[in-house]
Design a protein around this ligand. Structure first.
Ligand code: ADP
Ligand code: MG
Length: 204
């Protein structure tokens, strides 16, 4: 089940490789799709090496995190790498898949990225879709709505977050070298985070 989930999300990223690369070509160096595809392919290879009996949810996230951190150059590799590793530390075999748990995972990922990237909401980065997802899930958990409705609302928040990145200038990463000229293009990392979360929701 967990292997299938990782494969499903990886396929979604690989399908959007050219789109991500094209966005990055506009405001960065045109490698974000390549970087993300390299990350998921190395993660899948590393997971293939692990015996079924040794595979658990922590190990899966740790393996994915290490694959990104070790094999992906660029800003996104280490950032997604630490995010996945922190999510892994936050899970165990008794974890159930509910709104609170998913929110906690998003929260530790956001904190890890903020710390490592010294970045905030509004800097035009992956955080501009991840933070709205987290905030939306937190609100849904308090309102005790269904998981399906919570994921729907979180997806809407993520899409709005990506739209918002179009309207602002980048303050972090390569796109920040363009300053005001980065306005008008969606942030590639915000889009890749949206793709990952969307695929996760579809898989569930
Ligand atoms: P690089 O910019 O090194 O070529 P990528 O193209 O793979 O790496 O990734 C670019 C994405 O990384 C950006 O679109 C942005 O979302 C994200 N990013 C860059 N710097 C930061 C940062 N300091 N904090 C959070 N995210 C960042
Ligand atoms: Mg790039």
């Amino acid at each position: 089940m967990i292997r299938e989930g990782v494969k499903f999300i990886s396929d979604a990223i690989i399908a959007e490789k050219d789109h991500l690369t094209a966005l990055d070509a506009k405001i960065g160096d045109g490698d974000h799709g390549l970087n993300m595809a390299r990350g998921v392919n190395s993660a899948l290879e590393a997971l293939d090496e692990i015996d079924e009996k040794n595979l658990n949810v922590q190990k899966v996230f740790k393996t994915i995190g290490q694959a990104f951190a070790m094999n992906v150059g660029g800003a996104s590799g280490p950032l997604y790498g630490t995010a996945f590793m922190e999510i892994g530390k936050n899970l165990n075999e008794n974890t159930t898949l509910d709104i609170e748990t998913i929110e906690k995972c998003l929260n530790v990922a956001v904190l890890a990225i903020q710390k490592r990237g010294r970045s905030q909401k509004g800097d035009k980065t992956m955080l501009d879709s991840l933070i709205p997802i987290d905030e939306s899930l937190k609100k849904s958990a308090a309102e005790k709505i269904s998981l399906a409705d919570a994921l729907d609302s979180a997806m809407t928040a993520a899409r709005e977050g990506v739209e918002f990145t179009k309207t602002i200038a980048a303050k972090k990463g390569r796109a920040s070298y363009l300053g005001e000229r980065s306005i008008g293009t969606e942030d590639p990392g915000a889009v890749s985070s949206l793709i990952i979360f969307r695929a996760f929701c579809q898989f569930l």
